[in-house]
Design a protein around this ligand. Structure first.
Ligand SMILES: [Zn+2]
Length: 432
């Protein structure tokens, strides 16, 4: 059955104008975008009144932990993609640090088949760079590409050996897929549980220095220059790492980067060392680092926003700060948080630019469908209620994870309808 969206405002990403447009969706595609679409007397179309909601391309998150297979008590493909749909996302790329690690073609097929059966978003699996993410032996990257891997990453841990990374990049280059790095030198991060600095000293907690991240970024942009591979830097958080990416881009090295909402909005100053819902890796850093990430996002050094959605059980996050696992959930709060803080409050970024960072840029960088709305294109879209203001309540999450430091914040701009491939995956339109 087709869908007609009425009374919506289509956001023009080039001009920022909100255009009164009606959209007809059929067989997974946008059929028409017009001022007015006549509805025949007899039809079997679903007509949806958007009540002034703002229509944007569906968001794309290139960094999500779906925890499936093996860690289903934290999240499943079903619950993780329901959370994605609620957050306005139509495509998510899932990280391979599951149990077992996604390092075989069979595992790629498991993700695609399970997402097809139970999912509420398109799911693109990353494959591991090294077997079991142990850093010892490369995976069969060619077979993984054939099975649909969207890129290669050992996310969760850094690839410690420069030689291993060079070989991985050489293969990735020949396969024309990106190497996606969790930049962390373990000999520098050690047993740290938060950013190394004034706050960690005051709290007496072991720190992770920013340089644990930036030395890997330095090494890997140089290896990308040597090999010609596409390097994508995950969850950038350190000011020097941002400078290195800026330098590499100027030099013509094929490097792209993502930043999370939490690294754009929070610092280690808010950590009191008791609540592990503030524990994440890379850690929340200083105001200087936060401002560098913002600047990087605004000047194009950082291409896109990614959530690093990392659900854990309540029991795990209730453990002492030093021993609890790292990670925040992020899919259901990313847009309202960034819209409220960066578009409305600080006015640093425009609405169309934020949408580009969350939809168009990831599609362009990773060569995906979606990212923009046009007739004939895939019907992946999100409708936002920019007036709706609500407090973030973890009890409402569709994710199994409740672990976020943003609970209790009042934010505006909630997604009210998500359509993925012509199918309604989330709907919470205000009633008349
Ligand atoms: Zn990571």
């Amino acid at each position: 059955m087709g869908i007609i969206l009425k009374n919506g405002k289509l956001l023009d990403l080039d001009t920022g104008l909100l255009l009164s447009r009606e959209i007809e969706i059929e067989e997974g595609l946008v059929r028409k975008i017009k001022d007015h679409i006549e509805i025949p007397e007899t039809h079997n179309l679903q007509v949806i009144d958007l009540r002034g909601g703002v229509i944007v391309p569906g968001f794309i998150d290139m960094h999500v932990h779906l925890r499936d297979p093996g860690l289903e008590y934290k999240e499943t493909i079903e619950t993780g993609t329901k959370a994605a749909a609620r957050g306005g996302f139509t495509t998510v790329a899932c990280m391979p640090n599951t149990k077992p690690v996604l390092d075989t073609p069979e595992q790629m097929r498991y993700i695609y088949e399970t997402a097809e059966k139970t999912g509420f978003a398109r799911v693109l699996p990353y494959a591991a760079i090294t077997r079991s993410e142990r850093g010892e032996e490369l995976t069969d990257m060619e077979a993984l590409k054939k099975a649909g891997a969207v890129g290669f990453t050992d996310d969760g841990v850094g690839v410690q050996s420069g030689g291993m990374m060079r070989s991985a990049m050489e293969r990735a280059k020949s396969l024309e897929l990106p190497i996606v790095i969790h930049a962390e030198d373990e000999t520098l991060s050690g047993k740290g549980c938060m950013n190394e600095g004034e706050v960690s000293k005051r709290l007496g907690l072991p720190g992770i220095p920013g340089v644990a991240e930036s030395v890997h970024v330095a090494r890997d942009v140089l290896l990308a220059e040597l090999t010609g591979a596409h390097l994508h830097v995950c969850h950038i958080s350190d000011a020097s790492a941002v400078d290195l990416v800026r330098w590499a881009k100027k030099r013509g090295i094929h490097v792209t980067a993502e930043v999370t909402p939490h690294h754009l909005l929070l610092t280690d100053e808010s950590i009191d060392g008791t609540d592990a819902n503030w524990k994440v890796n890379p850690p929340l850093r200083t105001e200087k680092d936060r401002l560098a990430c913002l600047e990087g996002l605004l000047d194009g050094t950082i291409d896109m926003v990614a959530t690093d959605h990392a659900p854990h059980s309540e029991e795990e996050k209730q453990r002492a700060f030093q021993v609890a696992p790292f990670g925040f959930v992020g899919l259901e709060t990313a847009f309202p948080l960034l819209y409220s803080e960066l578009v409305l409050k600080s006015k640093l970024i425009s609405l169309p630019d934020l949408v580009k960072k969350m939809a168009t840029a990831p599609a362009d960088v990773f060569g995906l469908s979606g990212g923009r709305l046009r007739s004939g294109g895939v019907a992946d879209l999100t409708v936002l209620d920019l007036q709706q203001e609500r407090t973030i309540d973890a009890g409402e999450f569709l994710s199994k994870g409740r672990n976020t430091p943003f609970v209790g914040r009042k934010v505006k701009g909630w997604p009210v309808l998500t359509v993925c491939g012509g199918r309604i995956t989330y709907q919470n339109l205000p009633t008349a």
